[in-house]
Design a binder for this molecule. Sequence first.
Ligand SMILES: Nc1ncnc2c1ncn2[C@@H]1O[C@H](COP(=O)(O)OP(=O)(O)O)[C@@H](O)[C@H]1O
Ligand SMILES: [Mg+2]
Length: 233
Amino acid sequence: MSALLDLQGVALRFGPAVALQDISLRVARGERVALIGANGSGKSSLLRVMHGLERPSEGLARHEAGARQAMVFQRPWLMRGPALNNVVLGLWLAGQPWRASRERAAQALAHVGLAEQAQRPARALSSGQQQRLALARAWALAPELLFLDEPTSNLDPHGKRDVEALMADFGRQGMTLVFASHNLGQVKRLASRVVYLEHGRILADLPVHQFFDRALLERNSHEAALFVKGELA
Ligand SMILES: Nc1ncnc2c1ncn2[C@@H]1O[C@H](COP(=O)(O)OP(=O)(O)O)[C@@H](O)[C@H]1O
Ligand SMILES: [Mg+2]
């Protein structure tokens, strides 16, 4: 099967700092890939390379021709003004005409449960609502591939639950997801596959049920098994 995304031998360096090394990874349509690892292990760098925000210092990052993609960050970047306009602007920047964008944007807000907040200033929304607004802005573009960088790490439990529910919903709609997470419970709930990073390298890449099978993980990657034990302790 052809990959939606194919990285081969990717390295990313910033001067002497090595953010990623020797990364080879294929993402197929319909997968939900969780990137996990300690702070500084390279999760954000990998997402940025995948989304095309960074060019690899070495190796190749190939995308399926014409595949649409979007990215959601830990803290949403929102402009002043109504929630709706933030989504309209996203569509307009992607080349949609302004008028058609308004209708699509309203649909996107309704999809994430923010229809009633459409005219409220985006920056006055709660952090959970702001993140749902960022998800609406991404969803409006109908991406086949969505990248999310620790999308719930700044949220209270309600906000987390809402964003997770939307991610699950996007996945069920067939959207391919690649997300960084610090929350192993969330990884279990949402991912179909887990990629464990350490010092910019992939040390484990397994289907989710194998990753959370202690004995199997220990056999595949002692480092990843240690990480999971530490996070659960
Ligand atoms: N723009 C940058 N300039 C210099 N070093 C960077 C830059 N971006 C990331 N790094 C380094 O790359 C490594 C991986 O960082 P990052 O991808 O942010 O990890 P994570 O998201 O897992 O915390 C870290 O050592 C970080 O300091
Ligand atoms: Mg990060």
